[in-house]
Design a protein around this ligand. Structure first.
Ligand code: PLP
Length: 385
């Protein structure tokens, strides 16, 4: 049976060759250390797990949930926004619960993208923005994130006719994979641009709580009038070590939130209510966990920075996220460098071109690995870099 065009056009899986190499090394009995995966290694806080266990006993949770989420969960999100960003949100009309933010990032395309429409997509970027666009029949217009521009897109470089045709603009700060942060001034610029060209901003704030400086990353919804043109995705996955739980949300423009809810009500039936209740406990009571995680990631980043300085690389401590985005040495491409390091040291790095063509020439290290293993990885790199 012929597969549909939408799945045939999916880009080839860029990490396939690396994964094959990993398998070969493992088959040879090598101890492979992966710095590739961005998935917190420490467990979900106990109080969240305990709340899930308690809530799982309530029979009202055993029935179909609402596809847009429990009002109490959405209220907890609204309370969190109010405390963290001083942003007011109506939990009924301006927040929808998601089965992880990835789910909403993919589905939002079905709400607004007609075949042939353009979306503005950061490059390098989280692959779901572009793939979600393609699956809806849309086309990707890449916005280069360049080091000299602080890894922020330059809106003045987007051709006017492309901007006029575009439906959605994806943004993501703090940024995966570059670790860059955006200022409120930048978000203001984005909101002005979206207003001028009548497009919807989908800001992915999955790393809003993983920061190391004294300035907390802002929400795009702090910009006056942002709700006219923007929604923001966020998730419990990264701050509370809950990637497996699949719980997140979108917040902002009520018409966009309503459209996303209508697509969801036809495609899924929402998240298990006991998981939503546990998510509420995380938002309300697990703030200390986030403080602890920030300390752990900062300590790990320092191990990498100190090691790289020792061997003569000029590297700064990252501003945010649990990634480090670094240029490959002269004479290598992203892929050839990752393959070389893997072969020589059995350490897995992610080649930057996996996040888009402007990621070529970079590699990503994820700090979501036990501190001792990270130290060992750096030891192994000593002879190699
Ligand atoms: C991890 C991550 C997410 C979160 O995905 P969930 O589906 O909420 O687990 C979203 N965006 C980016 C850029 C990420 O790295």
């Amino acid at each position: 049976m012929q597969e549909a065009k939408r799945i045939q056009q999916l880009p080839p899986y860029l990490f396939a060759r690396i994964e094959q190499k990993i398998e070969e090394l493992k088959a040879m009995g090598k101890d492979v250390i992966s710095l590739g995966i961005g998935d917190p290694d420490t467990p979900t806080p106990d109080l969240v797990i305990e709340e899930l266990c308690r809530q799982a006993h309530f029979p009202e949770h055993h029935r179909y949930p609402s596809s847009v989420g429990m009002l109490q969960f959405r209220q907890a999100v609204a309370d969190w926004y109010s405390q963290r960003f001083n942003v007011d949100l109506d939990p009924r009309s301006e927040i929808v619960t998601l089965i992880g933010s990835k789910e909403g990032i993919a589905h939002i395309n079905l709400c607004y993208v007609n075949p042939g429409d353009y979306n503005l997509v950061p490059d390098p970027g989280y692959p779901v923005y572009g793939i979600g666009t393609l699956l809806a029949g849309g086309q990707v217009y890449p916005m280069p994130l360049l080091e000299e521009g602080g890894f922020l897109p330059d809106f003045s470089r987007i051709p006017e006719d492309t901007a006029a045709k575009a439906k959605l603009m994806f943004l993501n700060y703090p940024n995966n994979p570059t670790g860059a942060e955006a200022s409120l001034e930048f978000f203001q610029e984005a909101v002005d641009f979206a207003r001028e060209y009548d497009l919807i901003i989908c800001h992915d704030a999955a790393y809003s709580e993983i920061y190391f400086g004294s300035d907390k990353p802002p929400s795009i919804l702090e910009v006056k009038g942002a709700k006219d043109v923007a929604i923001e995705f966020n998730s419990l996955s990264k701050p509370y070590n809950m990637t497996g739980w699949r719980i997140g949300w979108a917040a902002g423009n009520s018409r966009v939130i309503d459209a996303l809810g209508r697509i969801k009500s036809n495609m899924d039936s929402g998240q298990f209510q006991a998981v939503q209740a546990a998510g509420m406990a995380a938002l309300k009571h697990a703030g200390e966990n986030v403080v602890k995680m920030r300390r752990i990631y900062a300590e790990r980043a320092k191990i990498v920075v100190d090691f790289l300085k020792e061997i003569g690389w000029n590297v700064k401590q990252p501003e945010a996220t649990f990634y480090m985005w670094l240029p490959v040495p002269e004479g290598y491409t992203s892929t050839s460098f990752a393959e070389y390091v893997l072969e020589k040291s059995a350490v897995v790095l992610t080649p930057g071109n996996g996040y888009g063509k402007y990621g070529e020439g970079y590699f990503r290290i994820s700090l979501t690995i036990e501190t001792e293993r990270l130290r060992e990885a750096m030891e192994r790199l000593k002879g190699v870099l």
